[in-house]
Write a new protein. Structure first.
Length: 217
């Protein structure tokens, strides 16, 4: 992350980098911006079944900006009046969609303000930036995409049973933690067996600057 961007961040380290870098607006404004992006991009389901409007899209943007900031892929105009990063999303016609920020004068807390989402051919973007910010990458080594089932896997069942009991049905919780622990352990062993036969079962994801894997058990 370059020093210019670092100096623009607020001191609130409990928030994501996106919300420390720019004023995104109140909830109503956020929904408006997210709807604008969803309508501009290729069609996707951006709201989780029981979530708030565009919660998946907002989460995606936060993680993408975080990686762009850390990889120095947030571009600034020479006078710092505008900043931009590549959302990684495409329009229906295959154009990159860029998130633009402008200098914020409404508060001393924030340096920048969310200006909106623009196609890479948009006049407002081209008028301020000489080149399109690159798409962030999460895999510098293609081998990391594939889970190695031959490596030792430590089952952190305490973490699951103590911190995420709410994820289990009442029927399972009524059977007790020992029953659930045995069930999870057996299911994980079976899943790892299947991974040895089909490595695509494990889905890679980027989390906390590391490649992790999701296993359906």
């Amino acid at each position: 992350m370059n020093e210019k961007l670092k100096k623009m961040l607020t001191s609130d380290e409990t928030s994501t980098l996106l919300f420390r870098f720019a004023y995104i607006g109140k909830k109503e404004e956020q929904i408006k911006y997210l709807a604008e992006l969803a309508n501009l991009a290729e069609k996707e389901i951006w709201t989780s079944p029981d979530g708030k409007d565009y919660d998946i899209l907002l989460n995606y943007l936060q993680y993408t900006f975080d990686k762009a900031a850390k990889d120095d892929l947030v571009y600034f105009t020479p006078n710092d009046d505008y900043a931009a990063f590549n959302t990684g999303l495409l329009t229906e016609n295959g154009e990159d969609i860029i998130c633009m920020f402008n200098k914020f004068t409404g508060s001393q807390k924030f340096a920048m303000h969310l200006y909106g989402f623009k196609k890479e051919s948009d006049y407002e973007f081209l008028n301020n930036f000489a080149e399109t910010p690159p798409v962030v990458t999460y895999f510098d080594n293609p081998e990391k995409i594939y889970f190695d089932p031959n490596k030792k896997v430590v089952k952190n069942l305490d973490h699951i049973l103590q911190d995420h009991t709410d994820r289990f049905s009442d029927e399972l919780k009524n059977k007790g933690k020992l029953y659930i622990s045995a069930l999870l352990s057996s299911a994980l062993d079976l899943t790892l067996k299947r991974c040895k036969r089909n490595y695509r079962i494990a889905v890679p994801q980027y989390y906390n600057d590391e490649i992790t894997y999701l296993l359906l058990i």
